[in-house]
Design a protein around this ligand. Structure first.
Ligand code: B4P
Length: 196
């Protein structure tokens, strides 16, 4: 199993690039943002509870997202590998993911870190808000809160994986296709050196 994390701040292009990566490499895409939005659309109790956090630009509690990922892993036993998008977002989530993969005799092979300037992030998300219908895109104050939460709670996740030399930084500014080319180069390199 080859397992990849696409990491970066809100608006760095994780969702955008995940679509390209999944198409090229056939990994199973697990986006906690998409899973939570699906729960909300189905009006499940989990979806309704999660939305209150999302609307304030806060993270949904760890136990909720870890439970969702655990079920998704169990539902895809034949997967050649997973692309984790927007997860893990806290060190506790990263530790839980390590344990879940360990049970499957697997681990994270590569963390690709998309780097984008702060002002560009806000610009992209405010822009997306014009068409996405997402309540968390609607206002700039929520965007700034999300960036702050990212710095305090999510950035330490990169430290967790860099201890094991799994993190590679990629410039997330510029053309979507060009950025994808750089991501693919890093994935190919790591896949070539991986036997399993
Ligand atoms: P997510 O759905 O993960 O959302 P995201 O961070 O907004 O987006 P992403 O980085 O994927 O950006 P995108 O490609 O769309 O999370 C939403 C919320 O759910 C979180 O705030 C949190 O509350 C909750 N949540 C999710 N996972 C959680 C977890 N694990 N734990 C706790 N809570 C969790 O790109 C953004 C925009 O930029 C798009 O409009 C795109 O078209 C544009 N764009 C992309 N690449 C570009 C480029 N190169 N140039 C110009 N524009 C570009």
């Amino acid at each position: 199993m080859f397992n990849l994390i696409l990491f970066g701040p809100p608006g760095s292009g994780k969702g955008t690039q995940s679509a390209n990566i999944v198409e090229k490499y056939g990994l199973v895409h697990l986006s906690t943002g998409d899973l939570l939005r699906h729960e909300r659309a189905m009006k499940t109790p989990l979806g309704i509870e999660a939305q209150q956090f999302i609307d304030k630009g806060q993270l949904v509690p760890d136990e909720v997202v870890i439970g969702m990922i655990s079920s998704a892993l169990d539902a895809n036993t034949d997967a050649p590998g997973f692309l984790f998008d927007g997860f893990p977002r806290t060190v506790a989530q990263a530790e839980a993911l390590d344990r879940l993969l360990d049970l499957k005799r697997a681990s994270i092979n590569l963390v690709l870190f998309l780097e984008v300037d702060d002002e560009e992030l806000i610009k992209r998300l405010v822009n997306r808000g014009k068409t996405s219908g997402r309540t968390d895109d609607a206002d700039e104050n929520i965007q700034r809160k999300r960036q702050e939460v990212y710095k305090n709670e999510t950035l330490p996740v990169a430290g967790h994986y860099s201890k094991h030399k799994k993190v590679v930084q990629v410039n997330g500014m510029g053309d979507v296709e060009e950025i994808f080319g750089q991501l693919a180069q890093q994935i190919d390199r790591r896949m070539d050196s991986y036997v399993g």
